[in-house]
Design a protein around this ligand. Sequence first.
Ligand SMILES: [Zn+2]
Ligand SMILES: [Zn+2]
Length: 373
Amino acid sequence: MDRKAKAVITRETGKPVVVEEITVSGPQRGEITIRLDACGVCHSDLSATNGTIAFPPPLVLGHEGAGTVVEVGEGVTDFALGDSVLSSYINMCGKCRYCSTGRPELCDMAGKTVFTLPDGSVRTHDAQGQPLNVFTGCGVMAEYATLNVGNAVKVDAKGVKPECCALISCGVMTGWGAVVNTAKVRPGSICVVFGTGGVGLNAVQGCAMSGASMIVAVDTNDAKLSIAKSFGATHTFNPASAEDPVKALKKLTAGGADYAFECVGHGTVLAQAFGCLRKGGMAVMVGVTKAGDMTSIRTNSFSMEEKVLTGSNLGGARPREDFPRLIGLYRAGRLKLDELITQRYSIDEAPQAFDDLASGRNARGVIVFNESK
Ligand SMILES: [Zn+2]
Ligand SMILES: [Zn+2]
C-alpha cells in the first residue's frame, strides 16, 4: 500500500535540506517496507547535500536507520511483520563472488543500488508525483522506507533504544570494524585515529576494545578531542598545534604508530596517517573522499619499511553477523552507544541537525521518529 511519510530531502546541491511529505509505495517482489524508529545523521548524508558525494537530487537522505517491518513483498522469507531491521548502505545480493567469499561489503550489487533500488526504480515520489532518488537504496531519513531485502538486516533489538541501534548500521560499524575486522589490531599496539566524528570515535573505541596500549586521537576540534578521551583515547593531538604534525606524532608515539586510521576523508590526511607509521605499520583509509581526491606517499616505505596501506568500507562488515554482534557488545556493557548521541531531533528539526553536523557540534545527532505513528 502507499503510505504518506515525512522525509528529509536534498532538492538542490549546496542548499539546505528540506522536509517534505512524500508517498512511499509498498514493497514489490524481494522488498520490505519499514516504519522508521530512528535514523542517524551521518557525515555521508551531509556529503550528499554538498556534492562531495555526487548522488543526483532530488534525493531522500538517510542510510543509518532502525525500523520495524510493516509490509512484506512477494518472495520474502527472511523478514516478517514486526521484525526489527537495520538498514545497510551496502546492498548484499548473497550470490556474487564477494558475497560468496565472505566480503559482502564489496558486493557487486551495491554498485547498482547507489541512488535507486537494485532494479533502477524507486518507491518514493513527491507530492507532485515525481520520483525521488534514495541514498544508497535506503532513503531511511523518512517515516517509512521500502527497501530491497539486500539492504536490510534483521536484528534482535529488544530492550535497546532505536537511536542506539540505528548508529550501529553505519557510524559504529565503519569505525569499529576498520579496527577489528580490517586492521585486526593486536593487544598492546600503538594506534593513531585521525578524525573524531561519529566514525573516528568508534575507531577509538575499537582500538580500546582491542587492547591498544596507546590511542592518540587527532582532530582540529578540541571539544571533540575531549569526547574521544571518554571513548578510550589515551592521548589527544591537535595538528594545528604543531608545525609538522607527522613529526610531532612520531615523537609522541616514540617512533611511530603500529596502526593509523584516516576517518576524515582527505588525501592529505591519509598521507599524514601513512607518514606517522613505524616500520611494519598499517594505515587504513576509512573516510569517504571527494571523487578525484589524490594523495602522494613515499613509495619506498612499502619495500624498505614494509608499511601497509589499505582501505575499509563499512568496517569490512558482514552486516548480518556484525550488526547483531555489536548489539550484543552493547548489551554486555562493552560498547558505548548512548554516549555517542549528543543530540536528538524530530524529523521537522532535520535542517538544524544538518547545520549542527556541519559546524562540528555533535558526536552524533539522531532523528527519532514519533512512536505513535
Ligand atoms: Zn554513514
Ligand atoms: Zn553480492
